[in-house]
Design a protein around this ligand. Sequence first.
Ligand code: SF4
Length: 329
Amino acid sequence: MKKRSLSGIKSTGTPHLGNYLGMIRPAIDLQDDFDSFYFVAEYHALTSERDPAAMRASTHMIAANFLAFGLDPARAAFFRQSDVPEVTELAWLLSCVTHMGLLERAHGYKAAKDQGKEKEINHGVFSYPVLMAADILIYDSDVVPIGRDQIQHLEMTRDIAVKLNLAFGENLVKLPEALVREEVAVVPGTDGRKMSKSYNNTISLREDEDSVAKKIRTMPTDPARVRRTDPGTPSICPVWQFHLVYSEEGRKEWVRQGCTSAGIGCLECKQPVIDAVLEEQKPMRERAQMYMDDPTLVRNIISDGCEKARELASETMRDVREAMGLNYG
Ligand code: SF4
């Protein structure tokens, strides 16, 4: 029997290239080897989203993109977090065994505190790790694919699971393992920092070709290359990160040689990146549009995924309620 993997993506607008390379593509790759469950994390998005229409549009967009990128509904379940309200019940039950100290150690809360903004965040942000633990534990997940920077999240889930098991029964919920993806492709944003909507430096998966090309063409490079004749150092250039993801060895050698000897200009160096990104995105954009234009098809796929997810969630909740004495009568 295959192990079960769980992946969630926050419904915060159109996914971008960083989401695709770092989360969507590796998550979809897992459907070959794992019993895979994917969900749109609307409850998590609600810590900041205030526009119901935007929430619905984002959910549809993410589902369309997952399907366009190769999610196979015959092998994997795709559903909305809010399709399974049991997850919020489990989150409350887990809250009752989770100490404030644990939540205060979460990176997000600590960052807010360091900036003197801990009073400004809402309870959803503070208790985010508990909801995430509920997301993972309710489906009896064996593995959760994560990047190195998310290891703390999974450790918190395991801590909360241990607390629940200690209080109400050994092996009541399964302790999930992190599936740390070292090989995941990462590209920087258009300003060289991490690609993130909060930095406004993303390349959206819905962006037209001219806009994608323009963004890459105007990306910063090694600042030492003031003139075309100045040699540069690829390792400190954001464009090089794109070559690492998109170029084969021969092309990379061309960049190394050309950059360090000033044999090529930065615009020349960026063109193969533009071509590669557009070539990769074009068919996916077209497939995504097909799903965008067929909401009934997408809804049906989500509804099937929800059925599978809810079945698992119901089993977990039956055991947990019984262990906690909530099955009176
Ligand atoms: S030649 Fe390429 S790697 Fe070198 S600084 Fe310019 S864009 Fe960056």
